[in-house]
Design a protein around this ligand. Structure first.
Ligand code: SAM
Ligand code: SF4
Length: 348
């Protein structure tokens, strides 16, 4: 049932509780991740090469265009939007988009959230809260400032800590995301866990995915989370729980700390059967799966006419192409990634 409750600009209906889009495998698509820029002020070794070539600024959709696209997805049943990147908070004037989208919370949209490296959070936290954001993810792979510099190449650990402090002070619920990296942070996981839970934050660990050319050898970085979990169980009691955030993590309760620990395991456990997500890039390309190359160009439909009917039709057509699952296999002979684009294009 589509219940009209107002309009945005001159055309787009705002809907409360629009029917979700259903893909060919019966999955409801209710979650849109938007990479608002491919640029970043860090160069994490598992994510990017140090000398990245970014998109020319002229190829980017404007923030108004991104707002219109997001609104079209809300009208088509998307209930959760996550802004990501690259680093979303380095996009100029990004708070304009956050504010526009925040106004849709309660009118079709249930939640607006953000994944950030935390570098710009200290100056943005209060405004994020004011715009209606209540939960954010901050990526943090280590608590050691020297290792932090090594893994991010350009990052400043103290600034990220300031950002986390400011976010919590502003009332934002923070979840930490750590990529599990063999011989880098595996031994540090108990400390990271105690830090997160001691500050009332959930922690989610992520397996590295083979996306985009980087300068390192990915097989050197890969740490199966089944191994990490077994190691943690030497020190902690982990109880599976049924907690859901709408994302792909599976959670356990850590008895000793009382906090939650999530595992995102695209490589060892196929998380595709319950996938509710699609990913929009800052040029208007829609990826129906993080781990596949097929995509739909929504920019053409967006720019062809002010009438959203064409855009809605393009979105519907794209959803008919959502594949059953990803295909992350590293080409070990040539050490090539399974997916050529970097994570910063689609934002993880
Ligand atoms: N810059 C922001 C940040 O770092 O949180 C948002 C974008 S970043 C691409 C989103 C998430 O993807 C981060 O948590 C990052 O650690 C993760 N990520 C990046 N490259 C990855 C890879 N190859 N495999 C697994 N996770 C990756
Ligand atoms: Fe930037 Fe995030 Fe990629 Fe690190 S993981 S380089 S912070 S986009």
């Amino acid at each position: 049932m589509n219940t009209r409750v107002g309009t945005i600009g001159n055309a787009l209906p705002l809907v409360a509780g629009a029917d979700p889009m259903i893909d060919p495998f019966g999955r409801a698509v209710t979650y849109l991740r938007v990479s608002v820029t491919d640029r970043c002020d860090f160069r994490c070794t598992y994510c990017m090469a140090e000398n990245m070539t970014f998109l020319p600024k002229k190829d980017l959709l404007t923030l108004e265009e991104l707002d219109r696209l997001c609104s079209a997805f809300i009208a088509k049943g998307v209930r959760k939007i996550r802004l990501t990147g690259g680093e979303p908070l380095v996009r100029k004037n990004i708070m304009y988009l956050v504010r526009q989208l925040g106004q849709k919370i309660g009118s079709g949209l249930d939640e607006l959230t953000l994944t950030t490296n935390g570098s710009q959070l200290a100056r943005n936290a209060e405004e994020l809260y004011d715009c209606g954001v209540r939960r954010i993810n901050v990526s943090l792979d280590t608590l050691d400032p020297d290792k932090f510099r090594k893994i991010t190449r350009w990052g400043d650990f103290a600034k990220v800590m300031e950002g986390i402090d400011a976010a919590q002070k502003a009332g934002l619920k923070v979840k930490l995301n750590a990529v599990a990296l063999k011989d880098f942070n595996d031994a540090e996981m108990p400390e990271l866990l105690r830090f997160a839970h001691g500050r009332g934050m959930d922690l989610t660990v992520i397996e590295t995915m083979p996306m985009g050319e980087i300068e390192e050898d990915r097989t050197d970085q890969y740490l199966p989370l089944s191994k990490l979990r077994a190691d943690l169980e030497d020190q902690f009691t982990l109880a599976d729980i049924d907690y859901q955030t709408g994302g792909p993590a599976r959670y356990v309760r850590v008895e000793e700390t009382g906090g939650r620990l999530g595992f995102i395991t695209p490589m060892t456990h196929n998380f595709c059967e319950s996938c509710n997500r699609v990913r929009l890039t800052c040029t208007g390309t829609l990826y129906m799966c993080l781990g596949q190359n097929d995509a739909a160009d929504l920019r053409a439909a967006l720019r062809a006419t002010e009438d959203d009917a064409l855009l809605h039709a393009a979105i519907d057509e794209a959803i008919t192409r959502k594949p059953k699952g990803h295909d992350f296999i590293i080409d070990r002979t040539h050490n090539r990634p399974a997916v050529a684009r970097h994570m910063s294009v689609t934002g993880g």
